[in-house]
Ligand binder design. Structure first.
Ligand SMILES: [Ca+2]
Ligand SMILES: [Ca+2]
Ligand SMILES: [Ca+2]
Length: 178
C-alpha cells in the first residue's frame, strides 16, 4: 500500500514537472556545462549523445567495448555524470534527455534548431522500427533514436507515430512557401 501511495505521489510530481514550462534543473546547468554534453563533438547535443551515455554505462556494467573512439569515452567519463552521484548510468541519460527537451523545440529531433524533412524522416524511421516486432527485441543493442523519443511527439498527443512525421512535413512545407 505504501508503495502504491508513493507511486501515486511520484506520478503527481512527474506530471506537475511536465506542466512547468521550465524547471529548476535546467537553470542549474550553465550553457558552458551543457556544451560538455556533446560527447561525440559533432556540434550538436542530441539523441546520439544520450545513446553514448547508455553505451558507456553498458560498457562499465559488462566490460565489453562498444564505443570505438577512446576520445569519446574520455569525454563521457569526464562530463557525463550529470546528476553528480559519481556513477554514469541510465539516470544521467534520462537527465540529458530532460535537458534536451527543455532546450529544443518539439519536432526538432536532431536538435539542429531547424524543423525540416530530416526530422520528419527520423520520426518515421523510429515509428516504423518500433512497430516491427523484431526491432523491439533488438532495441537495446541497436538503440532507439533518443532524439525522437524526447522530441518526436510533435502533435503532443502522447504517441510518436506517422502523424507526427506528417505534421512536421506540413509545418516545413508551409514555412518554406511563406
Ligand atoms: Ca553530439
Ligand atoms: Ca550519475
Ligand atoms: Ca532538426
Amino acid at each position: 500500500m505504501k508503495i502504491k501511495k508513493f507511486s501515486i505521489i511520484l506520478a503527481a510530481i512527474i506530471s506537475l514537472a511536465t506542466l512547468m514550462p521550465t524547471n529548476s534543473f535546467a537553470a542549474e546547468i550553465s550553457d558552458e556545462l551543457y556544451q560538455k554534453y556533446d560527447f561525440n563533438s559533432d556540434g550538436l547535443i542530441n539523441g546520439d549523445d544520450i545513446f553514448l551515455i547508455i553505451q558507456r554505462y553498458s560498457e562499465i556494467a559488462t566490460g565489453n567495448t562498444i564505443i570505438s573512439e577512446q576520445s569519446i569515452r574520455e569525454n563521457i567519463d569526464k562530463n557525463a555524470d550529470i546528476d553528480s552521484d559519481n556513477v554514469i548510468n541510465a539516470n544521467d541519460a534520462a537527465k540529458l534527455s530532460d535537458l534536451i527537451k527543455e532546450k529544443n523545440s518539439m519536432g526538432d529531433v536532431n536538435c539542429d534548431k531547424i524543423i525540416d524533412t530530416r526530422d520528419a524522416s527520423s520520426v518515421l524511421t523510429y515509428y516504423t522500427r518500433l512497430s516491427t516486432e523484431d526491432y523491439k527485441e533488438k532495441e537495446l543493442s541497436i538503440g532507439i533514436d533518443y532524439g525522437v523519443a524526447a522530441l518526436g511527439d510533435y502533435d503532443k498527443n502522447g504517441i510518436i507515430d506517422a502523424r507526427d512525421a506528417s505534421a512536421i512535413l506540413v509545418n516545413y512545407a508551409s514555412n518554406s512557401v511563406s
